[in-house]
Ligand binder design. Structure first.
Ligand code: ADP
Length: 445
């Protein structure tokens, strides 16, 4: 059992590394992000724009009215509760809606309004009187395609003449038929089959081609080639749009093969900082003692909501049980849960239905629960070689400078080894981590 636990811990600690992740995990993480996010990520950073033609004026809009959208679409946008374009939409939308159409590569973290932007572009460019596909949108997974489809339906609510169809495995059409829907959204394999093998779609009539989540896309074997093969069937004047949350070299190379003569928009991710965090450590000898210390902390200070990180699923499960026994309302996030289940747990926690969230690292990557005031590292983050995982440490407890309220982080130390890890983390960030005496807790309030 111990060996399995170790193996799991090792897996847990490497899963988030971009180069090692199995494609399903990236897709799942991306879906999780979509499921739990119902508003925009705050950002104070400026977009970086690289224009295809640097001499042409750069338009940016502060309102949706300025875009001269069809009234039905403006109604759809406002119906979704959008008041003004997001940071990236301010520049991306005028480019995407320009005549003649412009190609675009855009990169910004999840939750910054990319999907809403390209959905609006697709809906603006279709002619509902023409009963054939005019926009293709490829997504890396079936679930992500469905999520984008939902956005199309919401935004197109007052524009019912525009129809949508899903090119996904399992959606079997009769041989020889021609699609009448104006927008096709799906995964690359099926989309390619529908364009070439089955000819349900005439690729020569496509006006807009969207490739979403390029970084997730290239993590799946075959998707890159399939996407490129689709792209090659499209007419020269087809508008090509590509979106990605991250931009490593491989994504960039792929992007350039998909999008000729691109305009490029990048939005830097908000930096995380430890400046607004008070960091402490508690010295213990075992996991039982760590639990005792945790109880003392709970007895001494009022904690609105806390997230507690454990190294393995097993510890997380055990700790959640102990905390429940003490009468806490505990939410447990664990690796074996389905993405939808995880999203539901996070949502309940975000709504304040539970006050404590116990989780392993994998599950909590990329989750920002802004109101969490206390983060507890029941186990310190380490990588697969047992070295301190500074990036994860920062990610767990760091706040984005301007938006973050002050936070409190408590690290549990239970061995010489973990003490050493703690020192190294402290050194890395050059920020003091104070010792906390859990029998005398006046100091932290
Ligand atoms: P991304 O594709 O970059 O992950 P989304 O387009 O999914 O971002 O947007 C993230 C969230 O913000 C969604 O819930 C979406 O409905 C919302 N959103 C998008 N654009 C706006 C806007 N201009 N105003 C308010 N909310 C928006």
């Amino acid at each position: 059992a111990e060996a399995v636990d170790k193996q799991e811990a090792a897996l847990d600690s490497v899963r988030h590394l971009p180069y090692l992740v199995v494609s399903e995990d990236v897709g799942a993480q991306s879906l999780l992000n979509k499921l739990i996010r119902n508003n925009l990520v705050n950002t104070t950073n400026q977009v970086e724009v690289l224009q295809k033609d640097p001499n042409s004026p750069l338009y940016s809009v502060k309102s949706f009215e300025e875009l001269r959208l069809k009234p039905q679409l403006l109604q759809g946008v406002y119906g979704m509760g959008f008041n003004r374009p997001s940071k990236i939409q301010e520049t991306a939308l005028p480019m995407m809606l320009a005549e003649p159409p412009q190609n675009l590569i855009a990169q910004s973290q999840s939750g910054t309004g990319k999907t809403a932007a390209f959905v609006l572009a697709m809906l603006s460019h279709v002619d509902p009187n023409n009963k054939y596909p005019q926009c293709l949108c490829v997504s890396p997974t079936y679930e992500l395609a469905l999520q984008t489809g939902k956005v199309i339906e919401q935004m197109g609510k007052y524009y019912p003449e525009v129809k949508l169809v899903y090119a996904i495995r399992g959606n079997k059409l009769q041989r020889g038929m021609k699609l009448q829907e104006q927008i096709v959204i799906g995964t690359p394999g099926t989309m390619l089959d529908w364009c070439s093998k089955f000819k349900f779609i005439d690729p020569k009539k496509i006006k807009v081609f969207v490739l979403d989540e390029a970084d997730v896309m290239i993590a799946t074997q075959g998707h890159q080639d399939q996407s490129i093969r689709i792209q090659r069937m499209l007419p020269k004047n087809c508008q090509m749009l590509l979106f990605s949350a991250t931009f490593e070299e491989s994504v960039w190379n792929f992007a350039q093969r998909i999008v000729p003569d691109p305009n490029i928009i990048k939005l830097k991710r908000e930096e995380e900082t430890l400046d607004t965090i008070k960091q402490y450590y508690v010295l213990c000898n075992s996991k039982e003692e760590k639990f005792q210390a945790l109880s003392n902390i709970y007895g001494a200070i009022t904690i609105a909501q806390a997230m507690i990180f454990c190294h393995t699923r097993k510890t997380a499960g055990w700790l959640a049980g102990e905390l429940s026994r003490e009468g806490h309302q505990v939410a447990l996030l664990s690796g074996e849960m389905q993405v939808e289940q995880r999203a539901a747990v996070i949502e309940r926690f975000r709504d304040g239905k539970e006050k404590v969230l116990v989780t392993t690292n994998v599950c909590a990557r990329g989750i920002d629960v802004e109101q969490v005031s206390v983060v507890i590292n029941f186990d310190l983050p380490i990588d697969k070689d047992g070295n301190p995982d500074n990036e994860t440490y920062l990610h767990r407890i760091g706040r984005t400078g301007r938006f973050g309220k002050r936070g409190l982080a408590i690290n549990m130390v239970d061995s010489k080894m973990s003490m050493d890890i703690l020192y190294r983390i402290q050194e890395h960030f050059n920020k003091k981590i104070e010792k906390l005496d859990t029998d005398d807790l006046d100091e932290i309030e």
